[in-house]
Design a protein around this ligand. Structure first.
Ligand code: SF4
Length: 496
């Protein structure tokens, strides 16, 4: 057995105060990196050149030397095959034609949007990822994270073999020991906790269901640091179901983003961006949409907005109440205006007073209300992931009153294969681990030690579980999981 040495880091498992590193030399504290860092502005570099002591090479001679160097370099590189051997296939796979790439359709697992991707491969090696033009969600578009996902495959930090107690082992031994622990935990009635991110693959969901049948005490917990559970819960309370229809942003003339970065960093970002830009064509001004953004911090969406209003996140709900009062209470739009149980909720919210109180441009606010009223059924008010459930419910009511539900697609919706665990469920897991009621914990391509807020005290509770198995796609060695888990197995990525 060979020991795997974790890189030397500070006590807090970071390489410097900020926790960022720019190269492996810095990560592993290579002395040459420190030296280069110190010599970045060496005293010699700041001194004036002493012309007398400089080389006597003339300009003509210098150019001649440069030309010769370039010619030698080109000659040295002209036949790369001389650098080694390239063996032909003994038995060439039918689909491989040497020199021609193959493309495979797959699904990106970079986030819960699950975009369709095309992976370009050469002789079986993935080399580039692009959006799949035939995929209904992203239609050929891809984000930077998806495009960079190919680098996970070749990461030198990736765990290649299983390890037990930080020592490398083989798959047979690892499988045997882990299975024994799972059987023992299940037999003694202790919980087996599987911690994952959002499950977007039906195959993975099926495997987890089968796992739960084999080990009846198993429970699956899924979490995302940033998620849209508030929007989904609000949708369920407003309409009685958890599947939110896809928004047809390409048909919206007016878009009001409330604390939402739907063009930059939220769920369905690629799909929204694709639809949004369809009506931002300067050559087709008649179809130009208008974007209002009301937000507390600067986002990509705010930067693309025609009108941006700066407002604290905790005041957004009050703004929606004022808009409801303006649209339903004062302008008597929709049947809700006849229902005093509804109107009494926001009758005291005055938009003008709100604008003065929060120093919002009153002209822009008037413009926004007029646009919403004038474009009923062709406008959308969209709340961001960070907003609480109650704000999303108010936004749903506003869209309903304005008839904007016409923009909800009738034949395509965002579904949840498995709802994310609530904070209460994650707290219950931590408490069960801390009290020794959990016999085994499996981290499935997740790093809750790092991701979860320190308030959960997850790392401390994890130490009390008998078996901690880290099952990681890119299974980095230098992370919180590796330090605290007893068993580690690499799992295949989407391109393997
Ligand atoms: S938005 Fe980006 S990271 Fe998320 S699934 Fe699509 S391509 Fe992957």
């Amino acid at each position: 057995m060979k020991d795997i040495k974790a890189p030397e880091t500070n006590n807090d498992n970071t390489v410097n105060e900020s926790g960022y590193w720019r190269s492996f030399k810095e990560l592993y504290k290579d002395p040459s990196f420190d030296k280069a860092l110190k010599n970045e502005f060496s005293p010699e570099a700041l001194q004036k050149p002493e012309v007398d002591k400089m080389s006597a090479v003339t300009r003509r001679r210098f150019l001649a030397l440069m030309g010769a160097s370039a010619a030698f370099a080109a000659a040295g590189c002209n036949n790369y095959q001389d650098k080694g051997f390239i063996y032909p296939y003994n038995n060439k796979p039918e689909e491989v034609i040497l020199g021609l790439p193959n493309f495979y359709a797959s699904t990106c697992s970079g986030c819960s949007s699950a975009c369709g991707i095309l992976v370009k491969t050469r002789e079986g090696r993935p080399i580039k990822v692009d959006g799949n033009p035939d995929h209904p969600v992203n239609k050929g578009k891809i984000c930077t994270k998806g495009q960079a996902s190919v680098m996970n495959l070749y990461s030198p930090e990736r765990l290649k073999e299983p390890a037990m107690n930080k020592a490398q082992t083989n798959w047979n031994d690892a499988n045997k020991k882990i299975t024994e622990t799972l059987v023992s935990a299940s037999g003694s009635g202790k919980e087996i906790a599987v911690v994952t991110h959002t499950i977007v693959s039906p195959t993975l969901k099926k495997l987890l269901d089968e796992f739960k049948v084999t080990y009846p005490t198993a429970k699956v917990y899924s979490y995302e640091v940033f998620n849209d559970s508030a929007r989904i819960n609000a949708w369920q309370k407003s309409y009685g179901k958890r599947s939110i229809p896809v928004l047809q942003l390409d048909k919206a003339k007016i878009i009001v983003a409330l604390e939402s970065d739907f063009l930059g960093n939220e769920k369905n970002m690629l799909e929204f961006t694709r639809m949004f830009v369809q009506n931002r064509d300067v050559m087709n001004a008649n179809e130009f949409n208008r974007l209002y953004s009301v937000e507390g911090a600067v986002t990509a969406t705010g930067m693309s907005a025609d009108y941006r209003l700066r407002l604290r996140t905790d005041a957004i709900e009050e703004l929606v109440m004022c808009l409801l009062n303006e649209v339903i209470g004062k302008k008597k739009i929709s049947a809700f205006a006849m229902d005093s149980r509804v109107t009494s909720v926001f009758s005291s919210n005055d938009l003008k007073q709100f604008a003065v109180k929060h120093k919002l441009d009153e002209k822009v606010i008037d413009h926004l209300v007029n646009d919403l009223v004038k474009n009923q059924g062709a406008a959308i008010v969209y709340g961001g992931d960070k907003l609480p459930e109650s704000t999303h419910i108010a936004i749903n009511l506003l869209n309903d009153a304005l008839g904007n539900t016409k923009l909800y697609s009738a034949d395509s919706e965002n579904t949840e294969l498995m709802p994310l665990s609530t904070s209460a469920e994650m707290e219950a897991l931590v408490s069960a681990m801390a009290s020794g009621r959990v016999g085994a914990v499996i981290h499935f391509d997740t790093n809750p030690v790092y991701n979860l807020s320190p308030d959960y005290n997850y790392a401390e509770a994890l130490k009390k579980s008998a078996c901690k198995h880290n099952f990681g796609g890119t299974g980095k060695r230098n992370n919180g999981n590796f330090e605290l888990c007893t068993a580690h197995s690499p799992c295949t990525g989407i391109m393997e």
